[in-house]
Design a protein around this ligand. Structure first.
Ligand code: M6R
Length: 368
């Protein structure tokens, strides 16, 4: 059932174009974004004046990416919070708050308890879930299912990309309900999403550079990941994959924070993965990231740069360059995450680990 792959995870990485396409399918009907279950009326969605995304692990990273899209499209403030933190403080929630719970399994105890807490505060809950009929969607007011199919590998890959698609659809659904986007704009954003599976497929065809880097850094003690804007959650996700699978010390930072501390970690030969913003989509951030790379290189870092095809600044600064196709900024995590998944899987295999069953981890964490 691994279909010729050594590990489910490798198969699931390859299934990502389909996971995203299947998640989009059926969610735009007659120019309207539709959810799978909707026990909220139009007025309740229109009245939403604040969004909390609650999730754990990779699903939390999908939420951080979603925040950028939801705020951009709806102008509603969004906070993204780890489910295990959310319910043990005193978050400000009321009837006009929408809590978006993201969970592949739909059974994660921390997220489920956050949902229950939110409901006691009268907030509305929308679940993004990959498992039909799981507990979290059952206890929610609305549901959008990701259609990634069963994910066997403990490390989330295709479910994560499907979650990004889903949370962006939720952003469009809210924009539509609140009237902050016209029908033709929603259609345009949806079409851009629909073009993504082909771009992911292109990334999957060009992984030789990633494999070469993996061989080079497989024995390193630690790896840092730097990103900005939507590249920051991608950096966190890249670091999480490496921790889970290769048991390496890995950390993701927003590149702007470097000078506030983390730059002290840079030493000769330390591999640093940089997720480069697009030179066209985000020229200011691109330029700042160029300076960040120069700073860490001057201190001896080995730079592994994930950049848009044709980015000459990236090319000139990178010790190892991994190119991905150009896509709209909010959608770049779909293409920049894939090389990081493969990097972690390759390093783990080079170190002799089972990538489907990392030590100490369970696929679904049903205790708090
Ligand atoms: O099923 P969930 O999406 O609620 O799971 C959340 C996390 O436990 C999960 O994403 C975990 O971090 C993965 N092992 C990441 O690869």
């Amino acid at each position: 059932e691994k279909g010729g792959y050594d590990y489910f995870m490798l198969k699931e990485i390859d299934e990502q174009p389909g996971a995203v396409a299947d998640t989009l399918r059926g969610h735009l009907l007659n120019g309207q974004i539709v959810l799978d279950e909707q026990r909220l009326d139009a007025q309740e969605l229109r009245d939403v004046d604040k969004v909390f995304v609650v999730a754990c692990g990779s699903s939390f990273h999908a939420g951080l990416i979603g925040k950028q899209a939801i705020e951009h499209w709806t102008r509603v403030p969004v906070e993204v919070e780890l489910a295990s933190e959310f319910r043990y403080r005193d978050p400000v929630l009321d009837r006009q708050t929408l809590v978006v719970a993201i969970s592949q399994s739909g059974e994660t105890a921390d997220t489920l308890e956050a949902v229950r807490y939110a409901r006691t505060q009268r907030a509305k809950v929308l679940a993004i879930c990959n498992t039909n009929g799981a507990q979290i969607p059952r206890e929610s007011d609305a549901v959008l299912y990701t259609h990634a199919g069963p994910e066997i590998g403990v490390a989330s890959t295709k479910a994560f990309l499907a979650q990004i698609a889903a949370v962006e659809l939720v952003g469009l659904a809210l924009a539509q309900a609140r009237g902050t986007k016209y029908v033709d704009e929603i259609q345009r954003e949806f079409d851009a999403l629909a073009a993504i599976p082909d771009q992911i497929a292109r990334v999957l065809e060009q992984l030789d550079a990633v494999r070469a880097v993996a061989r080079e850094i497989a024995t390193s003690k630690a790896v840092l990941f730097l990103g900005r804007h939507v590249g920051y959650p991608v950096a966190l996700e890249g670091a999480l994959k490496l921790k889970e699978l290769a048991y390496m010390h890995a950390e993701g930072f927003p590149a702007g924070e470097l000078k506030h501390g983390p730059i002290a970690l840079i030493e000769d030969g330390l591999p640093v993965v940089v997720i480069m913003p697009s030179p066209i989509g985000r020229p200011v951030l691109h330029q700042k990231m160029g300076s960040n790379i120069a700073e860490i290189k001057a201190r001896g870092a080995r730079t592994i740069v994930i950049a848009e095809e044709g980015d000459l600044v990236a090319r000139s600064h990178a010790d190892y360059l991994i190119e991905v196709p150009a896509v709209p900024t909010l959608l770049t995590p779909f293409v920049t995450t894939v090389p990081l998944q493969v990097l972690a899987a390759e390093i783990a295999q080079a170190r002799g680990y089972d990538v489907d069953k990392p030590r100490n981890l369970a696929k679904s964490v049903t205790v708090e």
